[in-house]
Design a protein around this ligand. Structure first.
Ligand code: CTP
Length: 406
């Protein structure tokens, strides 16, 4: 399976908010991900953006008020509502929010939402004063309590010139939330997956660190691939510069020691640990409390070894049985298979993803990798040149089969 949006029927309700034009991007991104998007515009939405615009990006009919009373008559809302895997109302205006909270069904969109038992995501967008009204807040809470997922609104500059909450969330964040909701119930459902990402940094003084070139991209791709299979994902990360995978619990760390503590804490009940982070092997023996000044001459920095996180994990696992499965990474510039074979034994892993960093299209910072998977029985599988997401998907496909077998 490529992603949880593929071939899913999604109703995208668009209401009368200035952000209605941004819903076109939501429709487009969902369609590009393989979803079948049926757009329903309220009358007010049609004043901001035309049904034809949505039809052009989805390749499917966009329905308006006329369809409620048109040729197919009363069945439109029932058939759309029943077929839907997900209902998304983005943007949702204060008016439609109030209608849905009260169960009012007086137009094609509200009647369709009422006729559907699919999960509901709403993305409010309105002026700050309307959003802050106690009645609007109450309506949001009513819908949240009833199980709706609320995305946003963001704070920022609004069309009215005011600043505050009310901005429509980024289309990509809304799409990612839809992806998350539709992934629940996958092969990793009910399984906790802990993933580390990025490179640790070890402080020399308050301004300088020893770090490495890991971007965290492979770790984030692994988190997304695990989420796509329905896993409960904890992502222990050193980076702030990548988009957060929707649905993951993020733990931010900097040093190898912080990462060790976070990994041990969160993997006590984990089914799977994937150590994709590039952990420093050495750190300054002492961290200067003040900035080292150049007038004092060239400093000598004495290093000491950091803890080997996977070695600590192996010890705990022997004692307590968790994490149930462990995958390591090996970034190698030479003797890839030999080094990876040694590490899989030393670190007592269920799989190691050996990464060839000797070429420019694989390894740190780039979007692709050349990974060979090795297993304790000596077998190996070459994944070849792949995007980091495809590499992640293939790794998780293998790992999820372990849990299917029990
Ligand atoms: N790793 C770890 N703790 C460390 C260093 C590495 O848990 N202090 C993990 C990495 O996250 C990776 C695996 O061990 O999953 C292999 O990391 P790598 O750097 O390739 O191997 P090292 O054991 O550090 O050996 P070397 O750097 O000498 O190749």
């Amino acid at each position: 399976m490529t992603n949880p949006l593929r071939d899913k029927f999604i109703i995208l309700g668009v209401t009368g908010s200035i952000a209605a034009y941004k819903a076109v991007e939501v429709a487009s991104k969902l369609t590009q991900s393989g979803a079948l998007v049926d757009v329903i515009l309220t009358e007010a939405a049609c004043k901001f953006v035309s049904p034809l615009t949505f039809q052009s990006v989805t390749g499917r009919k966009a329905s308006t008020e006329a369809d409620l009373w048109g040729g197919e008559g009363h069945v439109v809302h029932v058939s759309l509502g029943h077929r839907a895997d997900l209902v998304l109302v983005a943007p949702i205006s204060a008016n439609t929010l109030a209608k849905l909270a009260m169960g009012i069904a007086d137009n094609l969109l509200s009647v369709t939402v009422l006729a559907s038992s699919a999960p509901l995501i709403i993305a409010p967008a309105m002026d700050v004063d309307m959003y802050n009204q106690p009645i609007t807040q109450q309506n949001v809470e009513t819908l949240r309590k009833r199980g709706a997922i609320i995305v946003g609104p963001e704070s920022g500059h609004l069309a009215s010139g005011l600043v505050g909450p009310g901005r429509f969330s980024e289309p990509i964040d809304i799409v990612n939330q839809a992806r998350y909701i539709l992934s629940r119930g996958g092969k990793l459902a009910g399984h906790k997956v802990v993933i580390t990402a990025g490179g640790t940094s070890e402080p020399i003084d308050p301004v300088r660190v020893i770090t490495n070139r890991s971007s965290g991209k492979q770790g984030y791709a692994l988190a997304q691939a695990s989420l796509d299979l329905g896993g409960d994902v904890t992502l222990i990360t050193t980076t702030n510069s990548l988009p957060e995978p929707a649905g993951a619990t993020l733990i931010h760390v900097n040093t190898a020691h912080e990462m060790l503590e976070a990994v041990l804490k969160h993997s006590t009940d984990a089914d799977l640990l994937i150590m994709a982070a590039a952990v420093a092997d050495f750190r300054p023996f002492r961290t200067a409390s003040e900035k080292i000044k150049k007038e004092a001459g060239v400093p000598t920095i004495t290093l000491e070894k950091t803890e080997d996180i996977l070695a600590e994990v192996a010890r705990k696992r022997e004692q307590f049985g968790f994490p149930r499965r462990v995958i390591g990474f090996a970034a190698e510039s030479e003797s890839l298979v030999e080094n990876a074979r040694r590490k899989i034994k030393q670190k007592r892993l269920d799989m190691i993803a050996a990464n060839d960093i000797s070429t420019s299209d694989s390894g740190f910072e780039v979007d692709t990798n050349r990974v060979t998977l090795l297993f304790p029985d000596g077998t190996l599988q070459e994944l070849g040149l792949q995007s980091k997401f495809e590499t992640a998907r293939l790794i998780l496909e293998k790992a999820s089969s372990w849990f299917e077998q029990g």
